[in-house]
Design a protein around this ligand. Sequence first.
Ligand code: PMP
Length: 390
Amino acid sequence: MSYFPPTIAQTSDFPIGIEVSHAEGIYLYDSTGKKYIDLISGIGVNNLGHRHPAIISAINQQLEKYLHTMVFGEFLQEPQIKLAKRLSELLPENLGCTFFVNSGSEAVEGAIKLAKRFTGRTEIIAFNKSYHGSTHGALSVMGNEEFKQNYRPLLPDVKFIEFNEEVALETISDSTACVIIEPIQGEGGVKVADKKYLKRLREICNKFRVLLIFDEVQCGMGRTGTLWAFEQFGVTPDILLLAKAFGGGLPLGAFISSQEIMSVLKNNPILGHITTFGGNPLSCVAGYAILETLNSSDILSVIPKKEKLFRKLLSHKNILEIRGKGLMLAVELGNADKAFSVIQKSMNAGLITDWFLHCPTALRISPPLTISEPEIELACSIINKVLDEC
Ligand code: PMP
């Protein structure tokens, strides 16, 4: 492991510290030539693995044409137009209008502003143990006081309720602008919403004309076995948030809604939400490539089989529970020290896993969706061996 130079800002006193040399498929190589299985895909980003040929080729072709030309929303840029059109074909009718941004946090910021503008209300309902990003607005809807307390004041009028608890939905009223929820809480430790619960949430939002925002920054783009996580629940949001894997390894995010809702951002005042780099052409061609690859291959259809294999092979006595859907899994060990030790030892053994921000007792399993069955077997044998030693 190498150490960061002091000229680079630190986010903790214990960074993973792998010095990356190159990456290919599910593998990452460090500067000493050591090979690692990347079982977290750069935290849910590299859904097609590292350097997928479709993405590399799309980027190379766009490189020959143009990079940044103008802020989002002014010039007609083919990569944005093609990607937005494809999204509208692959999403329900009420999600036909895409606002491109650069990251998950920015998608959250845009969505919250949009909901406030469209409804004329200010109250936002979010969930305990949620994670939506680190900017002030996104932090305001994060359901973990520890990460917020030293950054107050944050956005006013945010209420937190318990995830998956139906009675708590009574907090929603005709004062509420929006409810923001991850259908599968990522940093909460991969907690899957109950189908019935999400349906009830949808009904209540409809009753009070509250906008329902699904944050699929982590669980979207095929991670659960369907292109969109909401397909697993049969519930459609009013605003969908994408980022992470959306840009195929380049920075890209989006908040997606109907043309009617989105139109409020363009007047009173004009330019209600603007971004310089949102919808960067290089990111958009990469986004189109990942979308098309997921759609035109058997990658999604074999995910349930791969999930089953992980669950079957990880049946170690030290594992209390495996939560999740598709290739978004949490291996619960019930003890943060134990989880930390397994992460360290796995790293030494050539496998990258991680913990969750609001759930340090579990291991993160979110490999490239392209991981093969022999690669899953290899990864699980490493984890089981490490668990034997703990
Ligand atoms: N929403 C969710 C569900 C996330 O997992 C994350 C990032 N972990 C974000 C939003 C924020 O995304 P970004 O880091 O790109 O701002």
